[in-house]
Write a protein that binds this ligand. Structure first.
Ligand code: ADP
Ligand code: K
Ligand code: ZN
Length: 433
C-alpha cells in the first residue's frame, strides 16, 4: 500500500529536479529570514543565486546541534511566531534544550509523511492504533498521533505509563497496531506475560518502532513475544520528528521521504561527502519546512544510503539501520565499540533477557568495560559451575565481536531498570572524572 505514489515512486531524474527547485526556494527563504544563515553565507561569499540545482547543496554551510543551542530559543526560526502553531523540544540532557517550531503547513506535511510510513507497514482505516510514544514536548507522541488520524485509522493516545492498563486496553479495544520504542515494546510484552495474557489474546498485528537504535535480533525477540510484525520508523525533532524514513514490506532499509528531507552522508572528521553506499554521518536539509528550516543539519547518526530500486516500487532512497550515534560510540582502549554490537550478541543467545547495561570506567589508567546482562529465569541457577560457563560463553562471543575483552556480570531476572521511552544503555564513568 503506497500512500502517495506520485512522491514515493517518482522517477529519479524528476525527483532530483524537484529537490533542486525546492532547495533554490529554501535558500532564498532562509537568506532573507534567518540572520544566522545570511551571515554564514556572506562569510562564505555565497549568494542565493549560486544554488541552482540539488548538487549545489555541498556549497551550503552545515548546521549543528550547538548552533540550535546558541540560538535558543527562537533564533533559527524563519517564520514569525504568529505563523508558528506548535513548538516541540528535544530532551537535551545538558545545556539548553533544542526548540523547534512548526507552521500549519509543516504540521500537514508531517502528518502526510507519517501516513506514508503507516501505509507502508500495511496499516489501514480498519486498524486501531495505539500511540505509546510519550506525548508532550517530545515529538514522538503527537507526531505519530496526527499521522494515524490523517491515514484514517483509529488512534488510541495511550502515551506511556500505566502499562497494565495499556495491556488491557490493547486486548479490550481490539488494538491492532502500536507505535513505541523497541524497549517499551519489550516491556509491554513482559507485563502482558506477567499478567498471564497470551499474545493471541492481544491481537496486535503491526508495530512502528523507533526513536532509538535496535537490531535484527531485537526485532525477532519483539515479534516473537508480541506476535506482530515490527517495522522501523526513524526521525528526529530538528528535522521534523518521527516519519523522516520508514521501512516497507521488504524490510531492507528505510525509505527516506526525500521530497521533504534531503539526505547526505559525510565523513564526520573531514566533513566531505562520502561515496554512495559508504557509512558515515547522516545530514539532512529540510526542503519544505517553513517554521524552522535547517540547511545540512548534522544528525550524528551513523548509517549509509542504499542506491538502487526497491522491489516494493518506491524509488525513494533507503538508509540502512542506524548503527549508533557518533557520540554514543565508545572508545575503549583505543577500540571503537557501539552498544548495538553488544546488543546483537546478547539477543542472539537464548540464555539472556534483552536487558543489558554497559559500564565503562578507567582503572589504573586502563579503560574497563563491564557488561551487565539479565539471565533468563529458566537459566538462572545456584549452580556456580553453570553460571561460570554461561559467563565464559558470553565473554568469548563479545571478545570475538568487539576485539576487546569485557567483564561480564550476570544479573538476576528483573534487576536492570526498564524504560518506557528511550533506554539508557551506557554508563561512562570516565566522563565523570
Ligand atoms: P531527543 O533528542 O529528545 O532524544 P529526538 O526524537 O529528536 O529526541 O531524537 C532523535 C534521535 O533518536 C535520532 O537522531 C536518532 O539518534 C534516534 N532515533 C530515532 N529513530 C531511530 C531509529 N529508528 N533507529 C535508530 N535511532 C533512532
Ligand atoms: K523530540
Ligand atoms: Zn521498499
Amino acid at each position: 500500500m503506497i500512500w502517495n505514489t506520485n512522491k514515493e515512486c517518482m522517477p529519479r531524474e524528476q525527483m532530483r529536479e524537484l529537490q533542486g527547485k525546492r532547495l533554490q526556494k529554501l535558500v532564498v527563504y532562509v537568506y532573507h529570514n534567518v540572520p544566522f544563515y545570511r551571515k554564514k553565507m556572506q562569510e562564505m561569499d555565497l549568494a542565493p543565486d549560486d544554488i541552482r540545482c540539488i548538487d549545489d547543496i555541498v556549497k551550503l554551510p552545515f548546521t549543528t546541534k550547538q548552533d540550535l543551542r546558541d540560538n535558543y530559543p527562537y533564533g533559527l526560526m524563519a517564520a514569525p511566531l504568529s505563523e508558528v502553531v506548535r513548538v516541540h523540544a528535544s530532551s537535551g540532557t545538558t545545556g539548553n534544550p533544542t526548540i523547534v517550531g512548526y507552521t500549519r503547513r509543516d504540521l500537514s506535511i508531517w502528518s502526510e509523511v507519517m501516513a506514508r510510513c503507516l501505509s507502508a507497514y500495511g496499516v489501514t482505516r480498519d486498524d486501531t492504533f495505539s500511540v505509546s510514544y510519550g506525548y508532550g514536548l517530545f515529538t514522538g507522541g503527537l507526531g505519530a498521533h496526527y499521522g494515524v488520524e490523517n491515514l484514517g485509522a483509529t488512534v488510541i493516545p495511550a502515551s506511556t505509563g500505566n502499562t497494565e492498563k495499556h495491556v488491557r486496553l490493547i486486548r479490550d479495544l481490539h488494538i491492532t497496531g502500536i507505535a513505541c520504542t523497541p524497549s517499551y515494546a519489550l516491556y509491554l510484552a513482559e507485563v502482558a506475560e506477567r499478567m498471564g495474557i497470551q499474545k493471541g489474546e492481544l491481537g496486535l498485528r503491526v508495530g512502528a518502532f523507533g526513536a532509538e537504535p535496535w537490531t535484527e535480533n531485537m526485532r525477532r525477540e519483539i515479534q516473537e513475544r508480541l506476535g506482530l510484525k515490527g517495522y522501523n520508523i526513524y526521525g528526529l525533532s530538528e528535522i521534523m520528528g518521527p516519519g523522516v524514513s520508514y521501512e516497507c514490506q521488504e524490510q531492507n532499509g528505510s525509505h527516506i521521504n526525500e521530497d521533504h528531507f534531503y539526505p547526505e552522508i559525510i565523513d564526520p572528521e573531514t566533513l566531505q561527502p562520502l561515496p554512495a553506499g559508504t557509512r558515515g554521518e547522516l545530514v539532512f536539509t529540510t526542503l519544505t519546512k517553513e517554521g524552522m528550516p535547517l540547511l545540512r543539519y548534522r544528525t550524528k547518526d551513523l548509517t549509509s544510503l542504499m542506491p538502487g530500486t526497491c522491489p516494493c516500487g518506491r524509488t525513494n532512497v533507503r538508509m540502512t539501520p542506524i548503527m549508533g550515534r557518533s557520540d554514543d560510540m565508545l572508545i575503549i582502549r583505543g577500540i571503537n565499540v557501539f552498544p548495538s554490537q553488544v546488543e546483537s550478541v546478547i539477543l542472539g543467545m537464548k540464555e539472556f533477557e534483552p536487558r543489558y547495561l554497559l559500564v565503562v570506567d578507567r582503572k589504573k589508567n586502563l579503560d574497563t568495560l563491564e557488561v551487565q546482562v539479565e539471565v533468563r529465569r529458566d537459566f538462572f541457577t545456584d549452580d556456580i559451575g553453570a553460571m561460570l560457563g554461561l559467563k565464559k560463553m558470553l565473554s568469548d562471543k563479545l571478545k570475538s565481536v568487539l576485539s576487546i575483552s569485557a567483564d561480564v556480570k550476570l544479573m538476576e531476572p528483573n534487576s536492570i531498570a526498564r524504560s518506557e521511552g528511550k533506554s539508557t544503555r551506557v554508563i561512562d564513568k570516565r566522563v565523570l572524572v
